[in-house]
Design a protein around this ligand. Structure first.
Ligand SMILES: [Zn+2]
Length: 125
C-alpha cells in the first residue's frame, strides 16, 4: 500500500511539472490566451491539494499566488531590485508582488529560465 502511494505521488509530481511546462509555453506564445495557462495551473494546484504534497520549488517560484498565472519576466511580470532591503520584487500583471531575498533567488531558481539566462548570455558575448 505504501509503495502504491509513493508511485502515485511520483506520477502526480510528473503531471504537475508537465502542466506547468505547458502553462509556461502558453504564456510564452503571445498568440495564446491566458485562460488556458491559468487552467493548467489550476489543475496542477488541484493535484497538489488532492495528494497533500508540498507545492514544490517550480510552483513556488513561477506561479503568481493570487491569479494563477505563470510568471515570465518581460511578458507578464516585471522584476525590480529593492537593493536597500536586499530582495527581488516580482510584480505580476494582476498587481500581486512576490518578494524573494537575493540568496534565496540564487539557490531556488527564481527566474532561471528567462531573465537570468538572457543576462548571462549577453555578458558572455
Ligand atoms: Zn498575478
Amino acid at each position: 500500500m505504501i509503495k502504491n502511494q509513493k508511485i502515485l505521488k511520483e506520477m502526480a509530481q510528473e503531471r504537475i511539472s508537465r502542466l506547468l511546462g505547458m502553462a509556461k509555453a502558453r504564456t510564452l506564445d503571445k498568440r495564446g490566451s491566458d485562460a488556458l495557462s491559468k487552467r493548467y495551473v489550476g489543475i496542477a494546484k488541484k493535484i497538489v491539494s488532492h495528494y497533500k504534497m508540498p507545492k514544490g520549488r517550480q510552483m513556488k517560484a513561477e506561479v503568481c499566488g493570487s491569479c494563477d498565472s505563470v510568471l515570465v519576466p518581460g511578458i507578464n511580470c516585471s522584476v525590480r531590485l529593492a537593493s536597500s532591503y536586499g530582495y527581488i520584487v516580482y510584480r505580476c500583471r494582476c498587481g500581486a508582488e512576490k518578494h524573494v531575498m537575493y540568496r534565496e533567488a540564487a539557490s531556488k531558481g527564481f527566474g532561471s529560465a528567462t531573465a537570468f539566462d538572457r543576462a548571462s548570455k549577453s555578458h558572455r558575448d
